[in-house]
Design a protein around this ligand. Structure first.
Ligand code: CU
Length: 135
């Protein structure tokens, strides 16, 4: 289980790195990642239980309500600990355009929630992340 989880994380990291490379090369088939803004209304979360992180995805000032989130990763990259990951579980949408995730930070500090989504009109996966502070 742990090994599988590690392999999956490595795979996700590789895909992310590849996407960045494609982006800097301005490949014609890569989606316009920079057009999508990922933000959170829950920048501060508790160390207790499984707090919610709410993420909003916007493009051109419009909330994206039809995203299908199929990749999630919660890690301590903002503190230089990218290898430290913790549980993240999708909780659906509390309102259209907001995506909720229950997380279990194992250490106080800044955590990054990275998402990969299928969005209508985009052939490729759209990726983004938000940073929250666990106290
Ligand atoms: Cu850590």
């Amino acid at each position: 289980m742990h090994l599988f989880s590690t392999i999956r994380h490595v795979a996700v990291a590789f895909v992310a790195a590849f996407s960045l490379g494609a982006l800097s090369a301005c490949g014609p088939s890569s989606p316009d990642q920079s057009a999508y803004i990922f933000s959170t209304s829950t920048p501060d979360i508790s160390m207790d239980g499984a707090p919610n992180v709410d993420v909003r995805i916007m493009r051109d000032g419009v909330q994206i309500a039809d995203a299908v989130i199929f990749e999630t990763r919660f890690d301590m990259e903002p503190e230089g600990m990218e290898a430290m990951t913790a549980t993240v579980t999708a909780q659906g949408s509390p309102d259209p355009g907001t995506y909720r995730f229950a997380v279990k930070p194992t250490m106080a500090g800044r955590w990054r929630l990275s998402l990969g989504a299928k969005i209508q009109g985009e052939a490729d996966t759209v990726r983004g992340s938000v940073i929250v502070m666990a106290r």
